[in-house]
Ligand binder design. Structure first.
Ligand code: ATP
Ligand code: MG
Length: 402
């Protein structure tokens, strides 16, 4: 058993000693059997939330209305969820009602895929009520029960299927794949943020092309934000030589590039539709600027390097390498390191100094003069010392007065 499970064993044993059942469940069981590293340890139990809480000193009600209590133990947190069934799903995304039950089988039945419906006892024994082990063995993603019904209950599961295809390199079983194709439009019922999480996991997965193939074969992509017309982009993406992405910044920069978006406004519009953070939007726009520059001239101008900053430069060059016109990262890093300054706060003269020396009066010209100073320093036209900068600022201000 992985250390994470060994550490969590006493939790299960404590619940069992009180006369309840408790098991490891979910992705950590799947990944352990696959020999992959695990992240979060999830526990399912027959004990009701109040019963769980009575057994442990330190707990947090992280989702108590759904039966989830976090047990804190030696610096670790374990999400412990009471066996439950779900019913309703009038909106194709969440159950109208959850009911706590005492049966493990009922709980496993509500899970999305057979490989995610395995349970493990504290001693490592696997409980496999839906033939998940066989599907792990043959590397198949298969809905638990009738696929069509399961996607009607929660349309996000369709995105999860293609995401797991990418992360695990598995094939989606034909009936499950058919149900995705038949119900793809239900994805529009799902909150964009939740779709985005799965989409990003797909793109960052071990075998992204597998996930993309499933996405295209089912036409599921057509119901993702702003993607209806993106078949050409997806085709290009699938045709790239083997690729692995390391960050969501790289993923979105690659998409934006292959989409051939014309300008920053179009990039912003796309990313807003996907509800990404403003930090991500800024990063992708900066990386896109660098790629545009790199495509035309292999030597990046000092201001292009400066404006992008180290992180966006790395993203841009990584993606440029994927699409065929990148450079050794060391070349870019060296050019960036060679800039006279990397940050505008490193200018040896600031707005306060300009006022004090009466070079400019407060107002919009201040910003213009400072911008010219910055450009001159970055381009190596003026050295970054206060006296040289003051002379230069006086000259600039005089010219503007004329
Ligand atoms: P990851 O490795 O990304 O965490 P995971 O399988 O653990 O993958 P989670 O979202 O952490 O995915 O969910 C934990 C478990 O809860 C799943 O393995 C599955 O059994 C169940 N589950 C999660 N989301 C759904 C869903 N939308 N429908 C049905 N079951 C789900
Ligand atoms: Mg998980």
């Amino acid at each position: 058993l992985p250390t994470e499970f060994e550490q969590a064993k006493p939790i299960i044993e404590t619940i069992e000693a009180a006369g309840f059942e408790a098991y490891f469940v979910g992705g950590s069981v799947r990944d352990t059997i696959l020999g992959k590293p695990i992240h979060d340890v999830d526990i399912a139990t027959s004990a009701f939330p109040a019963e769980v809480k009575s057994l442990f000193k330190r707990t947090v009600d992280t989702g108590i209305e759904h039966g989830t209590v976090m047990i804190l133990d030696h610096g670790n947190g374990y999400e412990t969820t009471t066996f439950r069934t779900e019913s309703g799903y009038q909106d194709f995304r969440r159950p109208d009602q959850v009911t706590f039950v005492r049966s493990l089988k009922e709980d496993l039945k509500r899970r999305d895929f057979t490989i995610n419906a395995l349970a493990m006892r504290a001693n490592g024994e696997v409980i496999d009520l839906f033939d998940g082990l066989a599907d792990l063995d043959t590397r198949v993603i298969r809905a638990v029960g009738v696929a069509e019904d399961r996607f009607h209950e929660d349309a996000l599961r369709m995105m999860r299927a293609v995401r797991f295809a990418s992360q695990l390199g598995f094939t989606i079983e034909p009936a499950t794949a058919q149900a995705i194709a038949d119900n793809a439009q239900l994805l529009t019922k799902i909150a964009v943020e939740r779709t985005r999480v799965e989409w990003e996991k797909l793109l960052l997965g071990q075998q992204p092309v597998r996930g993309l193939q499933a996405l295209v074969a089912s036409a599921l992509y057509r119901y993702m934000p702003q993607m209806a017309d993106q078949a050409p982009m997806l085709t290009k993406l699938m045709a790239l030589p083997t690729w692995h992405l390391a960050s969501v910044e790289e993923a979105w920069t690659l998409l934006v590039w292959l989409m051939g978006l014309p300008n920053e406004a179009a990039i912003r519009q796309l990313l807003k539709a996907w509800k990404t953070s403003n930090e991500l939007i800024d990063h992708v726009m900066a990386a896109w600027q660098v790629m545009t520059a790199l495509q035309h001239d292999s030597k990046l101008a000092p201001m292009t390097l400066f404006k992008a900053g180290a992180a966006a430069l790395k993203t841009a060059n990584t993606v440029a390498n994927l699409v065929g016109f990148g450079q050794p990262q060391a070349t870019i890093d060296a050019a960036y390191e060679a800039l006279p300054i990397q940050d505008k706060h490193a200018l040896a003269l600031n707005g306060g100094d300009l006022l004090k020396q009466q070079v400019v009066k407060p107002g919009p010209r201040m910003g213009q003069v400072l911008a010219q100073l910055l450009t001159a320093v970055v381009n190596g036209k003026v050295s970054n010392e206060s006296s040289a900068l003051l002379d230069f600022a006086r000259m600039v201000a005089d010219t503007e007065n004329d």
